[in-house]
Design a binder for this molecule. Structure first.
Ligand code: FE2
Ligand code: FE2
Length: 203
């Protein structure tokens, strides 16, 4: 792990870890560290920006434990779409979380912010760094859900196929739990299934 984070921020990796850890439980921080390490591996494998993967992985859940009222205030302050108010932390910590990352961590790197923003819903067009952080969050070694081994294997073969795997998994999971689905998750799925999907004749 590299300790200097220039040109992203003018403070060190150790300081970034300290700031992120201060905003969350030890358990969640450990997930962020594992996501960062997994993102570095994926960046090395698929030719991504390793430093941005390291930072993006660490900060992706920075806002996960920020209170709802602070998110609601941020949605108003930044004039974000009012439809966001119909959702909750699961959507906000990515899409709205980036404003806390900018304010509190002084990270303004567009690719990192985009990756954090897209890690909860995916996006129809995700740049490589967004794909890396999205998949690292899903397959880091602490993940235990049914299908995680398949997700890891698919992702090692093709990062893009991994993205589609996760979007499909996310949609199925939300439907199963009878939870509302943020529309961007649908449009993301449609874009990725057209890009890399292979319709299954046997289903
Ligand atoms: Fe997250
Ligand atoms: Fe996460």
């Amino acid at each position: 792990m590299q300790n200097t984070l220039e040109p992203i921020v003018d403070y060190s990796w150790t300081e970034l870890e300290r700031r992120v850890a201060a905003r969350m439980t030890a358990k969640r921080f450990a997930h962020c560290q594992r996501t960062s390490a997994e993102a570095v591996k994926l960046a090395q494998r698929f030719g991504g920006d390793v430093l941005r993967a390291q930072v993006g992985g660490l900060v992706h859940d920075y806002a996960k434990q920020i209170p709802d009222e602070d998110f609601i205030a941020a949605i108003h302050a930044h004039h974000l779409p009012a439809a966001l108010l119909d959702y909750g932390n699961a959507i906000w910590h990515g899409m709205v979380g980036i404003y806390f990352i900018e304010d509190e961590l002084a990270i303004h790197d567009p690719a990192i912010l985009q990756a954090v923003k897209e890690h909860t819903t995916g996006a129809p067009e995700m740049p490589l760094l967004s794909q890396i952080v999205y998949m690292a969050d899903f397959i880091e070694p602490g993940r235990k859900f049914p299908g995680v081994d398949e997700a890891r294997a698919v992702t090692q073969q093709s990062l893009q196929a991994g993205v589609l795997y996760q979007l499909s998994h996310e949609l199925s999971y939300l439907v199963e739990k009878q939870e509302p689905i943020y529309p961007l998750t649908f449009t993301s799925y449609n874009a990725w299934v057209r890009r890399v999907g292979q319709p299954r004749a046997d289903k």
